[in-house]
Design a protein around this ligand. Structure first.
Ligand code: HEC
Ligand code: HEC
Ligand code: HEC
Ligand code: HEC
Ligand code: HEC
Length: 171
């Protein structure tokens, strides 16, 4: 009697372990929500928040191009020749300038190659950066706030009566 309960218990326990393993494999659990380590400690909170520099001042292609664009070393330098020039992180910045090398920023948002995402169409439709990127001006480091999954795109396209034809986003 006792041993049969033990066997049933073992079957349940192993079943539970297998179920958890299958779930972990199937569910789109995403542990990449934390920010990557960047080559320079660049703070959006300090630039866009405290100092109120506009998003478009740095991401200046967002209204006319597919990509928003990341500012060049020359853009950073134009301010930092005069601002905090002695700070260690700014010296690091100037080293990139001296070496004529771009800063190897690590991407936070990425889509697969088969997806076409045009920033300009969304900005023209008056969708705010924060709808898709969260409150970046309050972030020390940029963190992804949306899944960027197909369902996320479609949900908003349906809501705004924008196109949901496959070839709108898949080329
Ligand atoms: C409708 C949603 C949406 C809006 C609105 C939006 N973005 Fe994005 N953004 C994305 C997605 C999706 C990606 C990833 C694109 C890719 O990998 O091709 C991205 C990527 C980026 C990137 C990195 C790659 C690049 O394009 O240079 C920057 C910087 C960026 N966004 C800034 C902004 C700023 C600034 C605004 C507001 C002026 C904004 N975004 C508005 C969805 C959005
Ligand atoms: C429009 C002017 C402007 C531009 C462009 C700019 N910054 Fe800044 N940055 C500032 C200001 C203002 C501060 C705050 C200075 C302070 O409060 O002491 C700052 C502070 C910093 C700091 C902190 C310095 C410290 O005291 O430790 C770093 C690092 C930094 N910026 C990096 C960058 C990088 C990298 C770029 C280019 C992507 C950039 N900045 C572009 C204005 C600018
Ligand atoms: C002083 C210049 C500057 C300003 C102002 C600025 N950004 Fe950025 N942004 C950067 C730089 C440099 C990076 C790349 C490093 C990083 O990810 O932190 C970046 C990265 C990003 C990314 C992540 C791109 C990726 O890798 O997917 C987003 C989203 C973004 N910015 C949105 C915004 C929004 C929204 C605002 C306004 C609230 C803003 N930025 C203001 C310089 C700036
Ligand atoms: C928060 C709402 C929202 C999200 C999220 C969103 N979109 Fe859009 N999208 C729009 C709106 C609104 C338009 C503009 C429709 C228009 O101008 O007719 C648009 C337009 C587009 C267009 C141009 C359509 C055309 O007719 O030329 C493409 C391509 C596109 N989106 C792709 C994407 C992709 C890919 C994603 C997800 C990674 C996405 N969008 C996420 C709201 C959104
Ligand atoms: C508004 C933009 C948008 C539209 C419209 C859209 N997709 Fe997608 N699709 C995406 C994005 C973003 C991804 C990548 C993220 C993901 O895999 O969820 C994707 C991924 C996919 C994938 C790859 C899934 C994988 O696991 O790699 C397939 C297949 C696909 N879409 C088929 C379709 C078909 C079929 C249609 C038309 C019925 C369609 N899509 C319409 C945005 C869109």
């Amino acid at each position: 009697m006792k041993s049969s309960w033990l066997i049933i218990g073992l079957i349940f326990a192993s079943g539970a372990i297998v179920a958890v393993m299958i779930l972990m494999y199937i569910l789109p659990l995403d542990f990449s929500e934390s920010s990557p380590v960047q080559p320079i400690l660049f703070s959006h909170k300090l630039h866009a928040g405290v100092n109120g520099i506009s998003c478009r001042y740095c991401h200046r292609h967002v209204t006319d191009s597919r990509l928003a664009g990341i500012p060049s070393v020359a853009d950073c330098r134009s301010c930092h020749l005069y601002i905090s020039a002695e700070a260690p992180q700014i010296k690091k910045l100037m080293d990139y300038w001296d070496k004529r090398e771009p800063i190897p920023w690590v991407r936070v948002h990425t889509l697969p190659d088969h997806v076409y995402f045009p920033h300009m169409m969304h900005i023209r439709a008056r969708i705010d950066c924060s709808t898709c990127h969260g409150q970046v001006a309050a972030m020390e480091q940029v963190t992804r706030t949306a899944s960027l999954k197909m369902g996320w795109c479609l949900g908003c396209h349906r809501q705004h009566k924008a196109s949901i034809d496959c070839w709108t986003c898949h080329i």
